[in-house]
Design a protein around this ligand. Structure first.
Ligand SMILES: [Zn+2]
Length: 266
């Protein structure tokens, strides 16, 4: 399907990029992306993916907009206080790009609903702030054969990783740490959410357009106070309960090919 004149102008800066051009922009328009957690990370990620012309965006979050969210959750304004985040977000994204079909999902992803929910989308972004949800999202992605783009922030540091199957997120975080820090308790600098939220959107755009090298099997770690970033290799954990030997929640053929194949999307 060709683009209208309005779309050609809207996406002009993509259409001249050698790694995107017409086919990449078509792929973006055909893509269905689920964003789990519409907070500090999900807000900028949703804005950039909607602006980029991703055809369908699912937003999953059970929370309402609170005043302390506005320090970093750039989707929202004072008029949204008290409103469900996914509804406020859907209105803001529709105003930004009416070509995007936004599905607000006013719910928390849990063990019972994650697999079915994830299976309805091509790619999943996780910007949630609790490990139980992250592990549920990861398990559902591995089970449904969907690539997971994961971002995390706290205080002045952030990290980004892409998990096409094996290694999976649980190879990195084997279980929810009992003493896990939360941003509510220890704080987070707002602009860092913009950096990491934009990074997960950027990795998603690369995956969908087939541009460059995704951060698969690697973790990008950013220390904002030091002004330094490093990329570390992530080994697969053979004993991982989600993707390791003996785990049965995933299609083995896909995982075994994930390291060689460039086909990380869908
Ligand atoms: Zn694993």
């Amino acid at each position: 399907m060709s683009f209208s004149d309005e779309e050609v102008e809207r996406y002009a800066r993509h259409l001249v990029l050698r790694e995107i051009v017409g086919p990449g922009q078509q792929a973006l328009r055909a893509a269905r992306v689920l964003i789990v957690g519409v907070g500090g990370l999900g807000a900028p990620a949703a804005l950039y993916l909607a602006a980029a012309g991703v055809g369908a965006l699912g937003l999953a979050d059970p929370d309402t907009v609170g005043l302390s969210n506005l320090q970093r959750q750039v989707l929202f304004g004072v008029d949204d206080l008290g409103a469900p985040k996914v509804m406020a977000a859907a209105a803001r994204l529709a105003a930004l790009n009416p070509h995007v079909e936004v599905t607000p999902l006013d719910l928390r992803l849990d063990e019972a609903n994650a697999r079915e929910l994830v299976a309805g989308w091509d790619l999943v972004l996780d910007g949630t702030d609790d490990f139980a949800t992250r592990l549920n999202v990861n398990r559902a992605c591995v089970g449904a054969g969907r690539t997971l783009v994961s971002g995390a922030i706290g205080r002045w540091t952030g990290q980004v990783g892409v998990f096409p199957g094996r290694p999976c997120y649980q190879c990195l975080v084997s279980e929810a740490p009992p003493d896990a820090e939360t941003c509510a308790a220890v704080g987070v600098v707002g602009a860092l959410a913009g950096v990491i939220g934009s990074m997960i959107a950027l990795e998603a755009i690369k995956l969908i357009a087939g541009a460059g090298e995704p951060l698969a099997g690697r973790l990008w770690v950013y220390d904002a106070l030091a002004g330094e970033a490093r990329t570390v290799r992530l080994p697969a954990d053979p004993a991982c309960p989600t993707c390791g030997v003996g785990a049965d929640a995933w299609p083995r053929s896909r995982l075994d090919g994930a390291g060689q194949s460039r086909n990380f999307f869908r």
